[in-house]
Design a protein around this ligand. Structure first.
Ligand SMILES: *Cc1c(COP(=O)(O)O)cnc(C)c1O
Length: 400
């Protein structure tokens, strides 16, 4: 039995001697704050750390309200509910993304509508969104309708991918014109700036994630930020089991047990104190890779928009099979053999089974990027020696 358990390592788990892709770094006040929870007994979903964590996150995104959730996916689910996105409506989002935002859209019975990304910065392309609206949609009784599916398009869910912001200004213009609710998925991009404005401060609602692989973590956690008081109140109500009378247990709506615990918030708060330091380190790692890898024939590094200040969460390159001589998956396997973890990006969402009923508008770059992309080790505690090793191994591979 023991041996059986041993063999059953989680797929993708990193063995001890590997250079990991992106792991949490815990070196601040985490122990101190969590100990305080344990010592005082405030371990569950009420306590000063949850409140403080909410306040800090709201402030970080220049918003009035923060609502802590058990994870980013739950935060997206609640955001869609409070925004009133209904069954059989559609929400525009990029096909290149982690699946969580598209899942959340399905949780409320709505459908993601997939649009392509920009080939340079890999983010949802506002020009393509406009094209989709002009070509495929029609406005009827003040509502935007997808003519192909006959469904009402009621929201846009830009996902700030890999730490880089989406070009929000044209999307916000579109959203005003067609009355679409904008929910920013800023799960990967906390602390990034768009035209000097904070990611998370641009849409009607925004969501952060504190999953273990993000730039800062609380084990698992999420946050909704908004300026809309009504929605904030509703979000708090829904995430705490929709109690209308907490003595008599009267519920007038379907509630969710989605509130973050004080222990996790304590963890998150300590991590938040490190965010700007971590972003600086991430940027340094990213710059070093850029300088070393950009010169290699067949590798192209992630470009950054003039108006963007990314948090450089996950360093990713494109591998051109013809020029480099190997494809991204071959590079991945080779790196693994030499003790270096790496990983392709997410399978394009429009091709996945749970989204079979979704409409996808002319997607090509997302497919191309996913085919060639490979993320490289970039944890905050990646040593200079480790990074040199990654670079050397890739260089060696390129000259083989
Ligand atoms: C991680 C992530 C999420 C989900 O966050 P969890 O906290 O893991 O539920 C949502 N969207 C994107 C883009 C993510 O990367």
């Amino acid at each position: 039995m023991k041996r059986l358990l041993k063999q059953k390592r989680e797929p993708g788990a990193v063995p001890k001697n590997m250079i990991p892709l992106s792991i949490p770094v815990i070196k601040g006040n985490e122990w101190k704050y969590i100990k305080e929870c344990l010592d005082t007994g405030w371990v569950s979903s009420v306590g000063k750390f949850v409140n403080q964590f909410e306040e800090r996150c709201a402030k970080l995104a220049d918003r009035k309200y923060g609502i802590a959730c058990v994870n980013g996916t739950a935060a997206l689910h609640i955001s869609l509910l409070v925004a009133g996105i209904k069954e059989n409506e559609e929400v525009i989002m990029p096909s290149l993304s982690f699946a969580a935002p598209a899942f959340a859209v399905r949780y409320v019975g709505a459908w993601p509508t997939f649009v392509d990304v920009d080939p340079d910065i890999w983010q949802l392309d506002p020009k393509k969104v406009q094209e989709f609206i002009d070509e495929i949609c029609v406005v009827k009784r003040g509502k935007l309708i997808n003519r192909k599916t006959k469904r009402v398009v009621s929201g846009i869910l830009p996902v700030h991918l890999l730490g880089h912001p989406v070009d929000m200004a044209p999307l916000l213009k579109i959203s005003r014109q067609y009355k679409l609710t904008v929910i920013e998925d800023a799960a990967e991009s906390i602390g990034a700036l768009y035209r000097k404005k904070k990611v998370g401060s641009l849409g009607d609602l925004a969501v952060f994630s504190f999953n273990g692989n993000k730039i800062i973590t609380c084990g698992g956690g999420g946050m909704i930020v908004t300026n809309n008081q009504k929605w904030a109140k509703k979000a708090r109500y829904l995430t705490t089991q929709a109690k209308d009378d907490s003595l008599e247990y009267v519920h007038n709506e379907v509630g969710y047990n989605y509130r973050l615990t004080n222990i996790q918030a304590a963890f998150g708060l300590a991590q938040l104190e490190k965010l700007s330091e971590y972003i600086k380190i991430k940027k340094r790692i990213s710059k070093k890779y850029d300088q070393a890898l950009d010169k290699i024939n067949g590798l192209s590094v992630f470009s950054q928009a003039k108006w963007a200040e990314p948090n450089s969460w996950l360093y990713t390159v494109l591998v051109d099979l013809e020029k480099f001589g190997k494809d991204s998956r071959q590079v991945h396997r080779y790196l693994k053999k030499t003790g270096i973890d790496s990983r392709p990006l997410w399978h394009p969402l429009h091709n996945l089974t749970p989204f079979k009923g979704a409409y996808a508008y002319k997607i090509s770059y997302a497919n191309e990027i996913v085919k060639n992309a490979l993320s490289l080790p970039c944890s905050v505690n990646l040593s200079s020696k480790q990074q040199d090793k990654v670079i050397q191994v890739i260089k060696r591979l390129s000259s083989e």
